[in-house]
Design a protein around this ligand. Structure first.
Ligand SMILES: O=C(O)CCC(=O)C(=O)O
Length: 282
C-alpha cells in the first residue's frame, strides 16, 4: 500500500493493516518475552506504561513505515503516549459476556473526568496500533472493528444500545509481525479466543504534542485538579523510568522524551528559576 492509500483507508474506514513490520523471528522473540513478563513476571502489571516492565518492542516503535503515517496524521512532533502488553487467553465463554463490548479508548470515551464530552470533534487525536506477536484469526479472537464509526461523532462507551454488534463489523486477520493501525475514534473490541493458545499483542498509542496526557498520570497536578473538582481522574499511565528510556535508540527516545520521570521532578531551586527566572523582555 502507498502512503496515500493508507491515509485514505484511515479517512474512510478508520483503519488499515501494516503487514510484516516485524520479521517472523522478531515477532516470535517479542512474543516469548512479552508473555514471560505478563504471565510469569513477579510484578503485577497495571496500566499502560508496559515499557517500564518490558522493552522488547522498543527498537521497532519508530519503524519508518509506521512513522510516515504517524507524522502525516499527527505532525512531526507526534509522540507515543501509552504502551500496553496484552495477552488474551483461550476461553470457552463468549467474550465479553454478553457479546458486544464495542468501545473506544482514551481520550474519546465520553465518560469520566478526562474524556471528551458531547458531540465529538472531527479531528484525529490519536492513532492506536496493535503490534501482533501471534497470528490474529477468527479462532483466537482477533480484534473486531466497525469500519467508518470513527466518523460517527459519538462513541459507544456509556451507551448500551451502541455496544451491540454493528452489521459491518470486520475481524482483522493477519500474521504475527503485522500492525493494525486505527484512528482512536474507531469502535472496536476483542473477539472470543476459542483456539488452544494465547493471542498476544502490544497496544501502542501515538498522539500529537498538544494532547494533555497528565490527565492519565497518577499523582499529577492534573489528577489532583480533577479530583478536587469532583471528577474521577482516569487512568494509570505512570511515568517512564529514566533508566529504561536511556536504553532506547535515538528515534524512539524522541517519541518518548515527554514521558520520562525526571522531566517532571524539579528541585525547589529549579522550580523557582522556571517561575521567576524568565523574563519575556530579555
Ligand atoms: O483484544 C483486542 O483485540 C482488543 C483490545 C481492545 O479493545 C483494547 O485494548 O482497547
Amino acid at each position: 500500500m502507498t502512503l496515500e492509500e493508507k491515509l485514505l483507508s484511515l479517512k474512510i474506514e478508520g483503519f488499515y493493516l501494516e503487514e510484516s513490520v516485524l520479521s517472523p523471528r522478531q515477532a516470535a522473540e517479542a512474543y516469548v518475552s512479552t508473555k514471560a513478563t505478563l504471565k510469569e513476571g513477579s510484578e503485577r502489571i497495571f496500566g499502560s506504561t508496559f515499557l517500564n516492565h518490558n522493552q522488547c518492542l522498543a527498537p521497532y516503535l519508530a519503524a519508518p513505515r509506521i512513522m510516515e503515517v504517524v507524522v502525516a496524521m499527527l505532525g512531526s512532533s507526534a509522540r507515543i503516549i501509552s504502551t500496553s502488553g496484552n495477552l488474551r487467553e483461550p476461553t470457552a465463554q463468549a467474550e465479553p459476556d454478553p457479546p458486544g463490548g464495542l468501545h473506544v479508548d482514551w481520550p474519546w470515551g465520553q465518560s469520566g473526568g478526562s474524556y471528551i464530552e458531547g458531540q465529538l470533534p472531527d479531528v484525529v487525536i490519536n492513532l492506536t496500533t496493535f503490534w501482533m506477536l501471534t497470528d490474529f484469526s477468527p479462532q483466537n479472537g482477533a480484534t473486531i472493528v466497525a469500519p467508518g464509526t470513527h466518523q460517527a461523532g459519538k462513541t459507544p462507551n456509556g451507551y448500551p444500545e451502541l455496544k451491540q454488534a454493528r452489521p459491518t463489523e470486520y475481524q482483522v486477520e493477519a500474521a504475527a509481525g503485522s500492525v493494525l493501525v486505527f484512528d482512536g475514534r474507531l469502535w472496536h473490541k476483542g473477539g472470543t479466543n476459542r483456539s488452544a493458545s494465547d493471542r498476544v499483542f502490544w497496544g501502542v498509542n501515538y498522539a500529537p504534542w498538544w494532547l494533555n496526557c497528565h490527565a492519565r498520570r497518577p499523582h499529577s497536578v492534573e489528577h489532583r485538579i480533577q479530583a478536587q473538582a469532583g471528577h474521577t481522574p482516569s487512568g494509570h499511565w505512570p511515568y517512564l523510568r529514566s533508566e529504561v528510556y536511556e536504553l532506547f535508540p535515538q528515534p524512539v527516545k524522541q517519541l518518548l522524551g515527554h514521558w520520562v520521570d525526571r522531566e517532571w521532578v524539579m528541585s525547589k531551586a529549579e522550580a523557582e528559576a522556571a517561575i521567576w527566572g524568565v523574563s519575556y523582555f530579555q
